[in-house]
Write a protein that binds this ligand. Structure first.
Ligand code: OAD
Length: 253
């Protein structure tokens, strides 16, 4: 893929690159996105029944089983060339802040660090009553069937249900991660937005902050989003193809 010369110059002079990823960055690892037609999770499942505090209260086993199904899928998936390219970009630019809306750990497994998870992670559940963290047993269980109920484990401290460590609709984002993301969006001179539909707030406001502060904005997505005409550079293609090309040729700091 041909990368415009001006963009190479932008990258070479960048002081601070912010990368915001969404479900699309893990699509080529075999993990479904939320809103892609036919394959998106929210095309097949109702978020009100699975991704809200009320849903967990009403049917904890349905919700826990669904997140266990997703956790098993993520554990069996491998980082793809897009995750690898983002890790490699971190080594090439002066400063990079990586923020993800994803609850998988594929950025970490590709070697990126730190990774700021705005919507929590599947790996760190906690007690729904007292907040005590819960550690999964080391053995990886069989992948539960889609839609199968699995009883959540009891908290070791207070015996209440352990809940998935993700952010549900109606809940606040983790304060520290959000502060880091918001500050980076205001400070960065290049904002790279990968595999997100940019419709879920407040994460979607980060590109607005960056653009308002004069950052060069770059979108990587095979499909159209509401940002197509507003970004400085719009790369229409799968992240696993576009990002390696974008990062190749980037100068060492
Ligand atoms: P979406 O499913 O809304 O958007 C995924 C985007 O990835 C779409 O714009 C696709 O076109 C794009 N895409 C698909 N395949 C791709 C590929 N190979 N390379 C690059 N892009 C690709 O997912 P998010 O924007 O991440 O929140 O969704 C944001 C939040 O909404 C999620 O974190 C989740 C969801 O509800 C919670 O559960 C709280």
């Amino acid at each position: 893929m041909a990368i415009p010369h001006r963009l190479v110059e932008v990258r070479m002079s960048a002081q601070h690159v912010m990368v915001l990823t969404g479900a699309g960055v893990s699509a080529e690892s075999g993990l479904p996105t939320f809103r892609d037609p036919l394959t998106g999770l929210w095309e097949r499942f109702n978020p009100q029944e699975l991704a809200t505090p009320d849903a967990f209260r009403d049917d904890p086993s349905l919700v826990w089983g669904w997140y266990e199904w997703r956790r098993m899928k993520a554990l069996r998936a491998l980082p793809n060339p897009a995750h690898e390219a983002i890790r490699s970009l971190q080594e090439k630019v002066r400063r990079l802040t990586l923020v993800t809306q994803n609850v998988d750990d594929l950025h970490e497994r590709a070697g990126s660090s730190p990774v700021h998870h705005l919507h929590g992670t599947l790996a760190h559940p906690y007690c729904s009553r007292c907040g005590a963290p819960y550690s999964f047993p080391p053995e990886i269980p069989e992948e539960p069937e889609e839609g199968r109920r699995v009883a959540p484990p009891p908290c070791a401290e207070c015996a209440a249900h352990v809940r998935p460590g993700v952010v549900w609709f109606g809940e606040s984002l983790p304060e520290r991660e959000w502060d880091i993301a918001e500050r980076a969006a205001q400070d960065c001179d290049v904002f790279l937005c990968v595999g997100t539909s940019s419709v879920v707030y407040p994460a979607a406001s980060l590109i607005e902050h960056a653009a308002a502060n004069g950052a060069v904005t770059i979108q990587v997505n095979p499909n159209s989003t509401s940002w197509d005409d507003r970004v400085s550079h719009d790369f229409r293609g799968p992240a696993g193809v576009v990002l390696p090309a974008l990062v190749a040729g980037c100068s060492l700091r």
